[in-house]
Structure formats: C-alpha cells, structure tokens
Design a protein around this ligand. Structure first.
Ligand SMILES: *[C@@H]1O[C@H](CO)[C@@H](O)[C@H](O)[C@H]1NC(C)=O
Length: 351
C-alpha cells in the first residue's frame, strides 16, 4: 500500500505538470456549495457559521484564517492549481479581489448551506438560489469588463465545482423537526433534494455552464461529530447516515445520466468522493494518517466554527496526522488526497 500511495503521489505530480504545460483549456474554476468548498464568503455576511480566526488556516500560506473550514487549503484550491490556475480560489464577496481576479476563478459557496432553503435558514447563510444570483451578477461584470465574446468563452469553458448536500441531512433533516414531519421517510426527503439539485443544474446550464463536477455526500456517518454522538455504538461510524449518503449519491448518479442525455453539450460528471474518504477513514495508516476518529482542533469531538478557536485546549500540533481538522471538516492533507483522486478518476478529461 505504501508503494501504491507513492505511485499515487507520482501521478499527482504528472497531472500537475501536464496541466501546467497544457493550460488554457479550462480558463476558470467556478465554485458552488457549502463549507466543503467555501473560501470565505461567510466572512462578509452576518452568520455564526464562520472560521476566519485562529487556529483555522494555520497551515495556509502566511497562516491566514481565510474563512476556509480547514487548517489550510480546500479541494477547490487544489483542483484549481492542478488545472494550471490560481492556487487559491477567491471568495466572491471578498472586496480585496476584483472581477479580473474572478475571471480565472471564483467561489460562491457558503458554509452551512444546502440544496434546501430551510437548511440555509438554520445559520442565516447564503441559500443556493442566492449563489446563482451572485453568479448572474458575476457574468454581468465579466461581460462589462472583458466583452461578450471573452466572457461567454469563460462561462462556457470553465470547470464548475458543485459540492453540497451534507447539511441538508445533518443540520436540517436529522436535527430539526419541520422537514422530518413533512417528509415521513428520509427517502422522500432525498427525492425532494434531487428535485432541487435538478432545478439548480438546469438553471446553471441555461446560464451557459457546461463542464460540471458534481460531488455528492461523503460518508457523513464517519464525521467526528457524528461519531461522538454515536454512544450506543462505541463511537463508530453511524451506519444509518452512511447508508443515506450511498442512497442519495446513487440517485444523484442517475440524475447525472439523465441530464447528460437531455441537455445537449452538457458534460456533467458525477465526481463521487464517498469511496476515497471511506477508504482513508477505514485504513488511515495506509495514507500516512494516525488519527481518524476525532479532529485536530480541541477535543476533536464537537468543535467547529466558533467552538474551534485559539483557546480550545488539546488542539493537535501536526494536523497532517489527522484525517479531520475539526469535528466536521477534513484536514488540508485529506483534501489534497481527495482532490487528486477526483482529478485522476473524473476530471482528467477536462485537463
Ligand atoms: C427558495 O427561496 C427562493 C427565494 O425566496 C424561492 O424563489 C424558491 O422558490 C425557494 N425554493 C423552494 C424549493 O421553495
């Protein structure tokens, strides 16, 4: 397995080199989603779902807590870099960037959001429909500054990364009573979300997006917070949540097949990260990790957002040994491994 991992790293190098020498095919990375890919939009809205303070970002260039829910970079950053673009994807609401910066990469994602409006209401974050409104606004500015032809080319040739859905289940359906009362089985709620996912994908297709990487749910029962609550099962992964993730991902996969058939020129890719993360969590040492059950920050069992701060006791010294950075989010090293896997398996055709 060690050898396999070394080979894997070698492949990453190849991908990076190949892409730099052949850059130009994908002119921009455009990101929609939740905290898995939010690069700091929540810093600029009134919400408690924030992470722009230490120790977040301590392994980011200059140790900057940017609002990424990580000790360093997140998957969208690694994917952007592998495509020969910026090594970080800037947040659309960050006033220190302008439309010329956003022309090669922009992030509309918002930590805590979901497909469901009711999910984004929980922590007053940006609902998915509003991310699309920001995207429309972005297109307008691109056209005004670069001209129609160049702007249209960016819109059409960009790679769109969509990573969202975990909060709909963990923050909303399984935590609050309303949706559970309305959708009496989780399967019915899954179908409701699939309908919202379809509307969203059709919407960005109509706005000109073509190359899209859609990432489904991780093995969310293995997130440290969910393990911590799983007292009955000795803090193992919550099988029920993992089963829901698999079921939902299968439905997303069928949606991808359907939309690719129906919408001419659509190149929607089902970039599923479930298996690689489950593999890391199941065999952490094969990937060079030492701890998979708790996050690095604080006790690692419940801290995220404001609860993970400079005063949290017990925060680990080397996050590279941890699969998870806080109780809900992967460490930078995990994000890098997942990104390389997604590129190799699903996105290489866009390189
Ligand atoms: C979500 O909210 C927006 C804005 O109010 C609305 O246009 C949209 O229809 C809502 N979506 C659903 C599924 O209720």
């Amino acid at each position: 397995m060690r050898t396999k991992y070394t080979l894997f790293l070698f492949f990453i190098e190849l991908v990076v080199h190949f892409s730099i020498s052949n850059s130009g095919k994908v002119p921009a990375i455009i990101v929609f989603g939740d905290s898995s890919v939010d690069s700091g939009n929540n810093n600029f809205i009134p919400t408690i779902a924030k992470s722009n303070f230490e120790p977040y970002g301590r392994d980011f260039p200059n140790g900057n807590p940017t609002g990424r829910f990580s000790n360093g970079r997140i998957p969208s950053d690694f994917i952007s870099e592998a495509f020969g673009l910026k090594s970080i994807v800037p947040a659309y609401l960050d006033p220190s960037y302008d439309i010329y910066d956003f022309a090669t990469g922009v992030c509309f994602a918002s930590a805590g959001t979901g497909y469901d409006n009711a999910t984004s209401n929980v922590a007053d974050v940006i609902p998915l429909w509003k991310e699309v409104e920001f995207y429309k606004d972005y297109q307008k500015k691109l056209r005004a500054c670069l001209g129609d032809e160049k702007a249209n080319e960016i819109v059409k040739e960009a790679l769109y990364l969509v990573s969202i859905g975990t909060n709909d289940f963990l923050e909303n359906y399984y935590t609050l009573p309303d949706r559970r009362a309305q959708f009496t089985t989780v399967q019915k709620y899954e179908d409701f979300l699939i309908g919202l996912a379809e509307n969203f994908l059709r919407k960005i297709y109509d706005l000109g997006a073509r190359k899209i990487s859609l990432t489904g749910l991780p093995p969310m029962g293995c997130l440290p917070l969910e393990r911590a609550l799983n007292i009955m099962d000795l803090h193992g992964c919550v099988d029920e949540y993992n089963d829901v993730a698999l079921e939902f991902n299968a439905k997303l996969g069928r949606l991808v097949t359907k939309l690719n058939k129906k919408l001419p020129g659509f190149q929607l890719v089902d970039a599923n990260g479930y298996n690689i993360l489950l593999q890391i969590v199941t065999q952490p040492s094969h990937f060079g990790f030492e701890v998979e059950t708790v996050g690095c920050c604080g006790t690692g069992r419940f801290e995220m957002g404001y609860l993970c701060n400079a005063k949290s006791p017990y925060t680990c010294t080397n996050a590279n040994k941890y699969v998870f950075w806080d109780a809900f989010h992967p460490s930078q090293r995990t994000s890098q491994i997942i990104s390389s896997y997604l590129i190799e398996k699903y996105l290489v055709k866009f390189l």
